[in-house]
Design a protein around this ligand. Structure first.
Ligand code: NAP
Length: 265
């Protein structure tokens, strides 16, 4: 039986870790050819090895998403190797927690560069290749922080709100162009990944949590998540898989929220 994204070529930024890695492994299970990109080269090679050991197809490219020339080179490499690009998961991101009065402008700008410039450049340089085959699915990883405010996360919320509306704008451009490309945003809640290591205990969400990351996220989730538990990368990857597949052919400009009910409360 064919997989749900059989033969589609998928580029996943920040794919060496956390949610990006989960997406790479899940899409590969369903038949996609995966290009993992990241700045963490050793971890990226490990993801490729895991996918190949399971019988999937994957490769890794070093790629800083803030660098426009790196995007041009990455998309050119994908075109040279596979001739097409069907799925782009703009996932690479960082999370910096600080009261607005304490945040250094350089940190605010660095977070904007990775979380916003990276998504902008990804869409700018991937769309022409997708349009060559008149089809594609772009999934931009925003956050529940792109839907509601959170103390000490002003810079991060700014980036994720920007991703949310940039997604809708480009979705309308693609729809107007009748280019067959759909563009949607994904809004994860509390997902157990290394991104939390820079947030827990710093005055942002989880500032009252104690213990190591898994325990801290368990405690925080029990208190504030309606379902009472944290999520895992696979929870997000399953949603990304659906948005990437033709099962979501009539969905564009939409927001998929996977957060255990956190934004409802
Ligand atoms: P993660 O485990 O830290 O993975 C992010 C990956 O992106 C890391 O390998 C990171 O490398 C890489 N990266 C950082 N800067 C980069 C750059 N300039 N170019 C290319 N790659 C870069 O975090 P995650 O939780 O999976 O986050 C993935 C996405 O989900 C992010 O956009 C995040 O904002 C979003 N998100 C996460 C959660 C959550 O609860 N985990 C919730 C909502 C949204 P380094 O380790 O060197 O930084």
């Amino acid at each position: 039986m064919a997989g749900r994204v059989e033969g589609k070529v998928a580029l996943i930024t920040g794919g060496s870790s956390g949610i990006g890695r989960g997406c790479a492994e899940r899409l590969a299970q369903e038949g996609a050819i995966i290009v993992v990109t990241d700045v963490q080269d050793a971890k990226g090679a490990e993801v490729v090895a895991v996918i190949e050991a399971a019988g999937g197809k994957a490769s890794y490219l070093h790629h800083d998403v803030t660098d426009e020339q790196a995007w041009i080179d990455t998309v050119a490499a994908v075109k040279a190797q596979y001739g097409r690009l069907d799925i782009l998961v703009n996932n690479a991101g960082i999370g910096l927690s600080s009261p607005v009065t304490d945040m250094a402008l350089s940190d605010f700008r660095r977070q904007m560069a990775i979380n916003v410039d990276g998504v902008f450049l990804g869409m700018k340089h991937s769309l022409p290749l997708m349009r060559e085959h008149q089809s594609g699915s772009i999934i931009n990883i925003s956050s529940i922080a792109g839907l509601k405010g959170s103390a000490n996360m002003s810079g991060y919320c700014a980036t994720k709100g920007a991703v949310r509306l940039m997604t809708k704008s480009v979705a309308m451009e693609c729809a107007n162009a009748r280019d067959g490309v759909r563009v949607n945003s994904m809004h994860p809640g509390i997902i157990d990944t290394p991104i939390w290591d820079t947030i827990i205990g710093t005055g942002g969400p989880g500032s009252n949590a104690v213990g190591d990351r898994p325990a801290a996220l368990d405690a925080m989730s029990e208190t504030i998540v309606p379902l009472g538990v944290k999520g895992y990368p696979l929870d997000i990857a399953n949603g990304v898989l659906w948005l990437a597949s033709d099962e979501s052919r009539y969905v564009t400009g939409a927001e998929m929220v996977i957060d255990g009910g956190l934004t409802v409360r």
